[in-house]
Write a protein that binds this ligand. Structure first.
Ligand SMILES: [Zn+2]
Length: 486
């Protein structure tokens, strides 16, 4: 009964995903607006399915099925969230919300390179206004704020109160640890970072992807201003990267990050696809795997010989003269600065906490968009000791806020916390560090596929309990950072 609808929804998502990839990589400036309209059209088609009486009836009766297996239960509750929204929100209003997203994102693409916050502001404020209305429609019993509704759509069961209880102590730990690590670093000899052309950097990125087990036959690598990955389909997990001629590390860690996402898409068990449950993993669960490959593996001491060898073969044979310790310090250089995507491991969560604190206030209505640039500058100074010279590399740097992804940013930091917990468990079960040392990346991937990806449809709490037997906390992550940087 439900299957024909799920098939249609999957097809809509597939086409939407291809359009999104095209928009970010190939589409010319003149085509952006039309392509945005195509995506709005698809959103309308999806909305029709979610309000179709036959579909609604099937979802409601599925929800009542108490004996249903956990995967089905999660599928029904996630479908119901959208049904419930469209039941409360008139279709026309929903479509104007979708249109506000396309417009705001289109204008962000246009005005960000020109550092023109003022011209983007009316489009963004309109999107924020309508997002607050959507958050009100999404309100459920027990939620204490609009931002709680936003969080619920990414991480069911999460709330501002819970995130405050994790992020506040983490912030208190990170700020002094960062200062201390910067001091300690003065004693290292840090080799200079030489420029390398794009074609060499591309070869290096492809080598890294191959090493961790990314299957290029079921994927694609292109360039976009803001790198991302998407699971178009079971056999099509694509990523993008960007090349900084003067810093080859950016592309390498982007490939490891986005490649980490794709490994999850490419290695989910078939039963998730058969049960239309391949897209139930929350943002934090997805970011766990990307951050795991980027940092916990990619920036580990044990991984250095592999990365250094790839650098020798692709970027510069001169890397063979660099000692391994120096290479390790080079890729782990503590350098708090403006951009989140290229942040070192220690500053990263502070970039997220800045965004979390601002978007929470913005959605709850205690500040407006016009207040964001100044607040952004103040927090960067207070937490990272970084001066922000413009909005382009300040509050306009990420695509998320232009697309109404309120509540997404915390998932990156949570991904770090989950990743450290999984690393500790893996160490106990199969000896994580020695596997990297021996280059047994297939074994690591097989472990993740069996213990983790196979259950990524569960709620975050059930999922992490299943893997580690523990609830989420920042303890393992703090242990990990202190061991590495203190
Ligand atoms: Zn990611």
């Amino acid at each position: 009964m439900l299957e024909p609808y799920l098939k249609k929804l999957r097809r809509c998502k597939h086409v939407d995903s291809i359009l999104y990839y095209d928009l970010a990589t190939l589409c010319g400036e003149e085509g952006i607006s039309d392509e945005g309209e195509l995506m709005d059209y698809l959103a309308g088609e999806e909305a029709k399915i979610y309000s179709d009486p036959g579909f609604v009836k099937a979802v409601e009766s599925g929800l009542k099925e108490e004996k249903a297996p956990p995967m089905e239960k999660r599928l029904f509750s996630s479908l119901y969230n959208q049904v419930a929204l469209l039941r409360k929100m008139p279709l026309e209003e929903y479509l104007s919300y979708r249109n506000a997203i396309s417009k705001s994102n289109e204008m962000w693409r246009k005005y960000r390179p020109a550092n023109d916050f003022k011209s983007w502001l009316p489009y963004w404020q309109h999107l924020v206004d309508i997002s607050r209305v959507v958050a009100d429609y999404q309100h459920k019993d027990g939620m204490k704020s609009r931002y709680d509704s936003c969080l619920d759509s990414y991480e069911p069961g999460e709330s501002e109160a819970m995130l405050d209880s994790i992020f506040n102590p983490l912030k208190e730990k990170l700020i002094p640890l960062l200062k201390k690590a910067k001091e300690k670093q003065k004693g290292y000899s840090l080799p200079e970072i030489k420029p390398y052309p794009v074609d060499k950097q591309e070869q290096m990125g492809r080598k890294m992807l191959d090493l961790i087990g990314y299957d290029m036959k079921g994927g694609c690598l292109m360039v976009s201003a803001h790198p991302f990955s998407n699971d178009n389909h079971q056999h099509d997990a694509r990523l993008t990267t960007k090349y900084l001629v003067n810093d080859w590390r950016s592309n390498v860690f982007t490939c490891l990050h986005e490649g980490g996402h794709c490994l999850e898409f490419q290695n989910k068990p078939q039963n998730l696809y058969d049960g239309y449950s391949e897209s139930l993993a929350t943002a934090a669960i997805c970011e766990t795997h990307s951050r795991f490959y980027e940092n916990i593996i990619g920036r580990s001491k044990e991984f250095m010989p592999y990365m250094k060898k790839a650098a020798e073969e692709t970027l510069d044979p001169g890397f063979s003269y660099m000692n391994e310790e120096d290479f390790y310090h080079l890729v782990n250089k503590i350098e708090p600065w403006l951009i989140r995507c290229e942040a070192d491991e220690l500053s990263y969560c502070l970039h997220i906490i800045v965004r979390y604190e601002i978007e929470k206030e913005l959605i709850n209505g205690t500040i407006e968009c016009k207040d964001v640039p100044a607040l952004w500058k103040k927090k960067y100074k207070d937490y990272l000791d970084v001066d922000v010279p413009n909005d382009k590399d300040g509050c306009m740097q990420d695509t998320h806020w232009s697309e109404a992804l309120w509540g997404y940013f915390p998932s990156y930091a949570l991904g770090n916390l989950y990743g450290a917990m999984i690393k500790e468990q893996m160490e106990k079960d199969i000896g994580f560090a020695s596997l990297i040392e021996k280059g047994e990346f297939k074994k690591i991937l097989a472990y993740l596929a069996e213990k983790d990806f196979a259950y990524d449809y569960l709620s975050p709490d059930d999922w992490i309990m299943k893997i580690t037997g523990k609830h989420l906390s920042s303890e393992a992550y703090i242990r990990y950072l202190e061991k590495k940087f203190d």
